[in-house]
Design a protein around this ligand. Structure first.
Ligand SMILES: Cc1cc2nc3c(=O)[nH]c(=O)nc-3n(C[C@H](O)[C@H](O)[C@H](O)COP(=O)(O)OP(=O)(O)OC[C@H]3O[C@@H](n4cnc5c(N)ncnc54)[C@H](O)[C@@H]3O)c2cc1C
Length: 306
């Protein structure tokens, strides 16, 4: 099933996962990079060719047309893009220039002979929508959907391209955004706090448990957006972060479908909740039915002594 997919993400780790997808699907992966360090990384990770676009300001708006030209010259039959703010912007513009179909934010992607089969949640995560899209096509994929490509001994050629930016959009100034919470996308263990906590101060229990097991702390959307107890960066679910830890442990999270969509790729799901009928227990591998104010301190004590 030879053929070329061009992969791009402004996050190197996601691009490496996309290279992994191409290699696993029997496609040639041509990786696009906008900086030399990322280009070298992709070359070492089994991309067959790496195209380094040299530019001062790598705004998607300014380079999408150039990228569309690269896809045409490479004879690509797919453009697989990391689903970040920049990635989505780039994907949509490239799809527009090439008049290719675009499927965004897929939770599953399978490559068949002449088409891609995608899945993504619809109706707030209540159903999974499956689509078949004929190649060539553009797809955006969030972090954590594929195993990262392993380092290959080969070391691909890195070709530097000079691209003419579209100067209708220029960068005037940069202002940094302060990231407030943990990076849950790459966390190995996550303790997730829900509305079962009665007071903000009680979240200390979640942080103490996280410290004992070496986890990051996330939360449900209600904890972040209704109560404003934790930054919106760390809420998990369909409209928040998608996570793929080795261990996800929820405390007082009921497990509504919009939340569970974001955790279902976790290797082990464990939950603590007062209500034995809470939907989280249907998603969980292990569950403790009980009052978090009794269970969590007991767990902390027990784990400290392990
Ligand atoms: C379009 C849309 C998108 C959404 N996107 C998201 C999303 O991305 N992420 C998300 O999380 N939500 C999302 N939601 C909201 C979602 O539907 C739920 O409302 C939310 O997840 C509930 O959060 P929770 O489980 O913390 O609270 P609740 O549903 O109120 O659950 C609290 C749980 O705590 C338990 N509890 C109470 N006291 C204790 C105690 N002492 N000890 C132990 N357990 C206790 C209760 O039994 C209950 O199960 C979305 C909703 C919509 C409509």
């Amino acid at each position: 099933m030879a053929g070329t997919f061009v992969v791009y993400s402004d996050k190197t780790a996601i691009a490496i996962e996309l290279i992994g997808f191409c290699r696993g699907s029997g496609k040639r992966a041509v990786a696009l990079a906008f900086d030399a360090a990322a280009a070298q990384e992709y070359a070492a990770r089994g991309a067959e060719r790496v195209l380094l676009i040299e530019c001062g300001q790598n705004l998607p708006e300014a380079y999408a047309k150039a990228v569309a030209g690269v896809l045409e010259r490479e004879g690509a039959e797919g453009f697989i893009v990391g689903s970040t703010v920049r990635g989505r912007e780039m994907a949509a513009r490239v799809a527009g220039y090439l008049k290719w179909p675009l499927v965004s934010d897929v939770s599953k992607l399978v490559c068949e002979e002449k088409e891609l089969v995608t899945e993504r949640p619809a109706y707030g995560g209540a159903v999974v929508q499956q689509e078949r899209v004929k190649l060539p096509a553009v797809v955006t994929v969030p972090a954590g959907k594929f195993e990262p490509a392993a380092t290959s001994g080969a070391g691909a050629e890195v070709v530097t391209l000079e691209a003419q930016p579209d100067e209708r959009t220029v960068l005037l100034e940069r202002a940094s955004v302060e990231k407030q919470g943990a990076d849950l996308g790459s966390a190995e263990k996550i303790v997730c706090a829900g509305m079962g906590f009665a007071k903000k101060e009680d979240l200390k229990l979640a942080f103490d448990l996280a410290a004992v097991i070496g986890a990051e702390v996330g939360c449900s959307r209600s904890v972040a957006e209704e109560r404003n107890w934790l930054p919106t960066d760390v809420y998990i679910g369909i409209s928040g972060a998608t996570v793929k830890p080795r261990l996800y442990l929820s405390i007082g999270v009921s497990g509504q479908v919009q939340h569970v969509v974001g955790i279902r790729d976790s290797r082990v799901i464990a939950a603590i909740d007062l209500n034995e009928n809470a939907p989280i227990f249907k998603a969980a591998d292990y569950g403790i039915v009980g009052d978090l104010y009794e269970v969590v301190p007991a767990l902390i004590e027990a784990l400290k002594n392990c």
